[in-house]
Design a protein around this ligand. Sequence first.
Ligand SMILES: [Zn+2]
Length: 117
Amino acid sequence: MVSEMPQKHKQYDLYTFVAGAALEKGEPFPLKCNCGGVVTIMPPFQDEYVICPGCESRIRMLVIEGDPGYIIGRTSEGELTLLPVQGSSKSHPDALSQEEREAILSDIKAKLLKEKK
Ligand SMILES: [Zn+2]
């Protein structure tokens, strides 16, 4: 027997992380959409989402305190990954070399293992 998944009301199409420092600075910054479209964010920013001019996705902005270039997330497979934080002055995780990314991730994995004890 197959159970039906309840159809959830989709409020947003995409989620992205934004550096809190970028909003505090009060200068416009580009927010990139998955489709390649760019939305210019003009602080002070009051809304919690923006609409992409390219694909009309509703992009929910999740503000991360400070100015991190990335945060740690998990893929749908449960693997640790680096998620870019937009508007940050730090380099995008894609700008890191494979070695740097692996060094950061193994560092985090080691910390997580320690915390479990
Ligand atoms: Zn888009």
